[in-house]
Design a protein around this ligand. Structure first.
Ligand code: AMP
Ligand code: ZN
Length: 120
């Protein structure tokens, strides 16, 4: 935990959030400024600055974040389905150039509308 970190404060309940999921390793909550009908952030409880700081030691946690994302996507009705017509996007912004603004690792789960590629 880092004292001056927004997401550490959210995990501790010091700043309110709309919780989507929680377990021993991670916490998930709805983004305050959603870019799509579904926009959930999955964050590890351990304070890790971002993908730029992960090590082998974090492999289980980071892998687990993807499993949580898949389950939340299904709960939100975003499972791609037999014909793969639906879907969602999972994003890590790494560094300011990529759009990272909060320096506590978080996986964006974004869905509920069609999206273009490449991203802006
Ligand atoms: P990033 O730009 O990848 O670092 O993503 C940070 C995300 O955190 C942005 O999508 C913000 O809208 C979101 N965010 C910032 N403050 C809060 C908050 N208090 N509660 C929920 N989401 C937040
Ligand atoms: Zn933190």
């Amino acid at each position: 935990m880092a004292d001056d970190c927004l997401f550490c404060k959210i995990i501790k309940g010091e700043i309110p959030s709309k919780k989507a999921y929680e377990d021993d390793l991670c916490y998930a909550f709805h983004d305050i400024n959603p870019v799509a009908p579904v926009h959930i952030l999955i964050v590890p409880k351990k304070h890790i600055l971002g993908i730029q700081e992960i090590t082998e030691e974090d492999s289980q946690t980071v892998g687990h974040m993807f499993v949580v994302a898949r389950k939340l996507a299904e709960e939100q009705g975003l499972a791609p389905g037999e014909n793969l017509e639906r879907g969602y996007r999972l994003v890590f912004n790494v560094g300011r150039d990529a759009g990272q603004s909060v320096f506590h690792l978080h996986l964006h789960l974004i869905g509920g509308r069609s999206m273009s590629w490449p991203p802006g």
